[in-house]
Design a protein around this ligand. Structure first.
Ligand SMILES: [Ca+2]
Ligand SMILES: [Ca+2]
Ligand SMILES: [Ca+2]
Length: 498
């Protein structure tokens, strides 16, 4: 152990502490960009088979939708190939909106039109009309494909706070119903990927609230806070990563930061209570490294190596540590402080990456260049700046700079871009409750959460490839949206069927 002691300064409760960035160029390039894109195009093709080529009435029973999308072989200005079909569709209450030169969205009304339809319940009428429309489309040789426009929306997710979790919602250029310029398409991904409990995310943070109603699947963690005064649990290192609170001073409150971060990655979804996380299935290892007023970098570095299963048997024995229950695929570090990455830390992070673990680091909340912060300035990690509901850098707090790899929703509790009366923070778990928070700490777990989905889809992918996929397929930002070098905006769309 070196004598160096580093205290990470956490921000106030609402502006939850910490950060993330990544040095894109410093990530080992293990595959070329083309190889990466190829591998995921293949995956997208197979996923698209889930929804394409059905052209069968049976297909109409699979989920909720209020329209059908039809794709024609040739560009067309009319939604139907001939007048007869057009008239038949009109009699079904169908209206069309052109989406691309080759495709239309066909809205099916549930309003009665013919006398025989009066008194028929709307859902039944809708089903009948959808089936009749399906027959028309199946018989039309100019139609290449059609599919119900299934909705993944608040009606499908029963967790009552989900409608406030705009940061998972579909991305669009402008604010429109259920879509946000700062959205990430993560909610769309859930139709095709629910994650996998075999994927492990170590959350190096303030610990975890195991008895929270939305607590996800956790593996045994560890408490690496060695300073007994800061630890707040009466001892130093121990095998209980429960969060005992981290209030720094008599006037401060506990942040429950680690649970907020872990909740973004994997709060229980579809359980009818609270909020949802990015992965329905994932395993979290709570690794406690931050206590009252912060943490010690030696503890944190040991926790990084432990989580990545890089401590040998002898070292584990000397330190009195159990072996990590399972090597983490992702280490989330929503933490940091001013400083530069030392050579020793740099070597450790490079070892972690080479051993198959992706490290996601918050860029920091000081509205400064992330190069002056650790671990954001370390090589081999992906560094995350914070975006708001409009898809722009939150310049009032987010760090920035060339070391930042990507931007993800960190939210802005001082804004109400959509005018819904709720602050535009990231909503996740705190003790016995949920809270909107903002910070690059909230941004980093969005990246970790998407990375966990990618590891679930391809367990053998390298951390560098995961990072490069997310960076290469992020939404490009204009100089207005990203005035200070903040990378693209995280987006899950590349994993969706084309
Ligand atoms: Ca302890
Ligand atoms: Ca829930
Ligand atoms: Ca709002």
């Amino acid at each position: 152990m070196t004598p160096f002691h580093y205290t990470f300064c956490l921000l106030s409760l609402v502006t939850i502490p910490n950060f993330a960035h990544a040095q894109e160029l410093s990530l080992p390039q293990l595959g070329g960009e083309n190889a990466l894109i190829d591998s995921f195009n293949t995956r997208s093709d197979s996923a698209s088979r889930i929804i394409s080529g059905y052209s069968s009435i049976d297909y109409l029973e699979l989920g909720k939708y209020d329209s059908i999308v039809v794709e024609y072989f040739e560009p067309s200005e009319n939604p139907f190939s001939d007048g007869q079909n057009q008239a038949a569709a009109a009699s079904l209450g169908v209206t069309a909106t052109q989406i691309t030169p080759n495709s239309f969205e066909l809205q099916i009304s549930s309003q009665p039109i013919a006398a025989s339809e009066f008194g028929v319940a709307a859902p039944e009428l809708f089903q009948k009309r959808a089936a009749a429309l399906a027959k028309i489309l199946d018989a039309d040789e100019t139609v290449e494909d059609w599919f119900p426009n299934y909705k993944v929306n608040t009606q499908d997710v029963t967790d009552p706070l989900y409608p406030q979790q705009w940061h998972y919602f579909p991305h669009s250029e402008i604010l429109e119903n259920g879509k946000f310029p700062g959205g990430t398409d993560l909610s769309l991904l859930w139709e095709y990927s629910s994650g996998n409990e075999d994927v492990v995310v170590a959350v190096l943070d303030t610990g975890f609230l195991y008895d929270h109603e939305d607590a996800t699947n956790v593996l045994p963690g560890y408490d690496f806070v060695s300073d007994i005064a800061a630890a707040n649990d009466g001892d130093g290192w121990d095998n209980d990563a429960q969060d005992p609170g981290d209030a720094c001073g008599p006037l401060a409150s506990n942040s429950w930061h680690g649970s907020h971060v872990a909740g973004t990655i994997g709060a229980l979804a579809h359980n009818g209570v609270g909020a949802v996380g990015i992965n329905k299935n994932v395993s979290i290892i709570p690794v406690r490294v931050l206590g009252k007023c912060g943490g010690d970098f030696n503890d944190i570095m040991t926790a990084v190596l432990w989580s990545a299963d890089l401590l040998d048997a002898q070292t584990l024995l000397e330190l009195g540590l159990p072996r990590v229950p399972k090597k983490a695929n992702v280490i989330n570090m929503s933490l940091g402080g001013p400083g530069r990455c030392t050579q020793a830390w740099a070597r450790n992070f490079q070892r972690v990456a080479a051993n198959g673990t992706l490290v996601v680091v918050a860029a920091g909340n000081d509205a400064r260049d992330a190069r002056d912060f650790v671990p954001a300035s370390c090589p081999g990690v992906i560094v995350v700046a914070a975006s708001d509901m409009s898809g722009s850098l939150v310049s009032r707090y987010s760090n920035y700079g060339p070391l930042v790899s990507i931007m993800a929703p960190g939210g802005d509790i001082e804004a109400d871009f959509d005018g819904n009366g709720f602050p535009d923070g990231v909503l996740s778990m705190v003790a016995n409750d949920y809270a909107f928070s903002n910070g690059t700490s909230m941004a980093a777990p969005h990246v970790s959460g998407l990375a966990a989905h990618i590891f679930a889809l391809d367990p053998n992918i390298s951390p560098a490839d995961v990072a490069n996929l997310m960076i290469n397929f992020g939404k490009e930002r204009t100089s207005e949206q990203c005035p200070k070098n903040c990378g693209p905006l995280l987006n899950a769309g590349f994993l969706l069927p084309k």
